[in-house]
Design a protein around this ligand. Structure first.
Ligand code: AMP
Ligand code: AMP
Length: 339
């Protein structure tokens, strides 16, 4: 690999691509987005920071572009749409240099492995109901893989679960205790170059229809037969009680430390998110870890209150990724952060 100006930061046109590419341009890289036909106009309208928009008919054709990307000295930045659009195996088979540790993908996708990771890191996770366990409290049923809360359902007890599971189409799923509290998403960046954990930002999701049910009083809901669903449509920025920050930071450090043992040798690095539910007794349950940039960081393209504490300039998570690559180029350590 050559100098900074010879490298192109590339990503798929979706999820947090704008943030990633704006950050890459701010750090001095060439930028490229791969876009499906209906999104071309959107990405072309940002010609102030996207140098090249490459069209693709279907996401599944991505492997055909790889040669071109390699020729341009590209580094691909993965985000939430990679596994969802390309599939886990295609993601792992990608030959273009890739920011992050691909081995983490298996631990992220498989909810059982994820759970083992969290438990080893001494993180509270909601109780899981295995096949044959009696469901004795409200549960949420989740399919495997990142799907933005799509296709989840809730059941109050065994009877309701038995009824609803009959028409459920997901082949692999997990049955999890439903935690009453507020969902909060904590964003971090861990640098293997500086060995430092950076508290980046916090968001909450705006999910349909669960976030709107409170607008309709229970008595008006009666008879409407509304089922809560959890599909994310947007994100809302948040700051948290400062007294909570230390605990969250310790949790993030433990997650990375354990990842170095489980997912050796590099473990988890770069951006990640602890997705939590905080209960009224201030217990923090982690319902999921996202081992990559999450879309909630889009609230902070201009930096967050927390990155303002660390940087004297607007620092988004996308820009932080580009900064890490820049640092690695300067230190001749790209091997440490690419896969
Ligand atoms: P497990 O028993 O957790 O190893 O899960 C194996 C498969 O059984 C899952 O992928 C689901 O298809 C199904 N499954 C998981 N949990 C439950 C449950 N509580 N009740 C019925 N089926 C389940
Ligand atoms: P996830 O895909 O795990 O990030 O979950 C998507 C959404 O489902 C969350 O933002 C919550 O609104 C809801 N959710 C997931 N797991 C739980 C849980 N164990 N208890 C309560 N709500 C949950």
């Amino acid at each position: 690999m050559k100098g900074l100006r010879d490298l192109t930061i590339a990503t798929l046109g979706s999820h947090s691509a704008l943030q990633i590419l704006k950050g890459a341009k701010d750090e001095g890289f060439k930028t490229l987005v791969i876009s499906t036909p209906e999104r071309l106009d959107l990405y072309r309208s940002y010609d102030n920071f996207i140098d090249e928009v490459v069209e693709i008919d279907f996401w599944k054709n991505f492997p055909k572009l790889e040669k071109e990307l390699i020729k341009r000295n590209s580094i691909v930045i993965p985000h939430g749409s990679f596994v969802a659009y390309l599939g886990l195996d295609e993601n792992k088979a990608m030959k273009v240099p890739y920011f992050g540790n691909k081995q983490v993908l298996d631990w992220e996708e498989d909810r059982k492995m994820q759970r083992e990771w969290m438990e080893k890191a001494d993180i509270k996770v909601p109780r899981r109901f295995k096949k044959g366990d009696k469901i004795n409290r409200p549960v949420i049923v989740k399919s495997f893989g990142a799907a933005g809360g799509k296709g989840y359902f809730m059941a109050r007890n065994q009877e309701e679960f038995d009824k609803k599971i009959q028409s459920y189409t997901a082949k692999r799923f997990m049955v999890q205790e439903y935690i009453i509290g507020v969902p909060i998403y904590f964003h971090f960046f861990y640098s293997p170059l500086t060995n430092k954990m950076e508290f980046m930002s916090v968001d909450k999701r705006y999910e349909t229809n669960v976030d709107s049910l409170g607008r309709i009083p229970a008595r008006n809901q009666k008879g409407l037969n509304i089922e809560p669903s959890f599909e994310v449509v947007g994100n809302i920025p948040l700051t948290i009680r400062e007294s909570m920050m230390a605990e969250i930071m310790n949790m993030a450090n433990r997650v990375v430390k354990v990842s170095k043992e489980l997912i050796s040798p590099k473990g988890l690095f770069g951006p990640f998110c602890l997705e939590a539910i905080v209960t009224s007794s201030e217990e923090i349950y982690v319902i999921e870890i996202s081992a990559r940039i999450v879309a909630g960081t889009n609230c902070f393209i201009d930096g967050s209150p927390y990155t303002y504490l660390l940087y004297d300039e607007p620092m988004s998570t996308g820009r932080r990724i580009a900064r890490e690559i820049k640092l690695a180029v300067q230190k001749n350590k790209l091997d440490l952060i690419l896969n």
